[in-house]
Design a protein around this ligand. Structure first.
Ligand SMILES: [Zn+2]
Length: 316
């Protein structure tokens, strides 16, 4: 597998559609359609690099693929500047109602509104494609703190079953705290999928994990034959990446108002265990303590963002 760290994200090459395979547009073979989205946050190019690798290999080796894989870019303007967002967090404005209004011709008036307009248009055309038997998706992200790869799913049995085919920890229920993310939009549209957080934004391993996840999903959902790729290599790469394959649920989110002073205590990683009463962060000079034995999730170590941290607890 390609692990060269010299692989650089080239924003000049950005296109809304990263790739399609088979490359035959509307005339794809019947089967599941897998929409893989990446760069919904502009400081997270890992998924785009992974999708470029996957499409390069598919187009070179031309294996038989049932259905279709389509890779799309999220926040193009933010990716070009290397920032999380321009006007608003794209991963908070994706609602079916807003999509309908945009497609009907409403002008969004902010950058992420027009990014979402493009994405919603692509989703609609995939939904209308008669060769599409099942609409699967994976939204590829990375985090500001170090983390083993994990999957986040909206609460829906199909999403959870789809996610559990992957040898990774699964976190349920983020939609209660942050509605309007792209995964939430696709789930509400009736599709099945998850969000994958592959690791820290700039860690080259995040690209490897994203790539591995795309191959594993293609094989596990009957789109690609196992023999075409080194399946067990990719599967084990994911399996060995994480100390746990347990499930968790989100029970708390610390909201950050605009302009608030937030400093996360140093040293937390995703899923770090914390004890009741432990100092987690300072918000406008006040100490924020853990109110139970639990785990910290998505601690914020970057400037942009309105989620200070989340708390997760073990779940079935
Ligand atoms: Zn993200």
């Amino acid at each position: 597998m390609n692990t060269k760290n010299s692989e650089k994200f080239n924003a000049e090459r950005l296109t809304r559609v990263i790739g399609e395979y088979p490359t035959d547009g509307m005339y794809s073979r019947p089967g599941p359609f897998l929409l893989a989205s990446a760069g919904i946050h502009g400081n997270e190019p890992s998924g785009i690099l992974a999708l470029r690798r996957v499409f390069e290999k598919l187009i070179t080796n031309k294996p038989f693929l049932k259905g279709k894989l389509i890779g799309v870019t999220g926040n193009m303007a933010a990716l070009k500047q290397g920032v999380r967002l321009i006007d608003k967090d794209l991963n908070r404005v994706c609602t079916p109602e807003f999509a309908d209004r945009l497609i009907a011709g409403e002008i969004a008036g902010f950058q992420e509104g027009s990014e979402f307009h493009d994405l919603a248009t692509i989703v609609e055309s995939l939904e209308n494609n008669k060769k599409q038997e099942e609409f699967l998706f994976m939204d590829l992200h990375t985090t500001s703190s170090m983390t083993p790869p994990y999957i986040s799913v909206n609460r829906k049995k199909e999403n959870f079953d789809f996610a559990k085919k992957m040898p990774l920890p699964v976190v349920k229920g983020i939609e209660k705290f942050i509605p309007g993310h792209f995964d939430h939009f696709l789930t509400l549209k009736g599709h099945t999928g998850f969000t994958m957080e592959a690791g820290q934004h700039d860690d080259p391993k995040s690209v490897d994990f994203h790539e591995a996840a795309i191959w594993v999903v293609l094989v596990d959902n009957g789109m690609l034959d196992k023999s075409v790729i080194d399946y067990s290599y990719y599967y084990n790469l994911l399996k060995d990446s994480s100390p746990t394959q347990d499930n968790f649920e989100v029970t708390y989110r610390l909201n950050l108002e605009e302009g608030s002073e937030f400093v996360m205590e140093a040293g937390f990683e995703n899923f770090s265990e914390v004890k009741k009463g432990q100092l987690l962060a300072k918000l406008d000079g006040e100490n924020i303590l853990a109110d139970s034995d639990s785990r910290v999730f998505l601690p914020l170590y970057q400037k942009q963002g309105s989620d200070g941290f989340f708390i997760v607890m073990p779940a079935d």
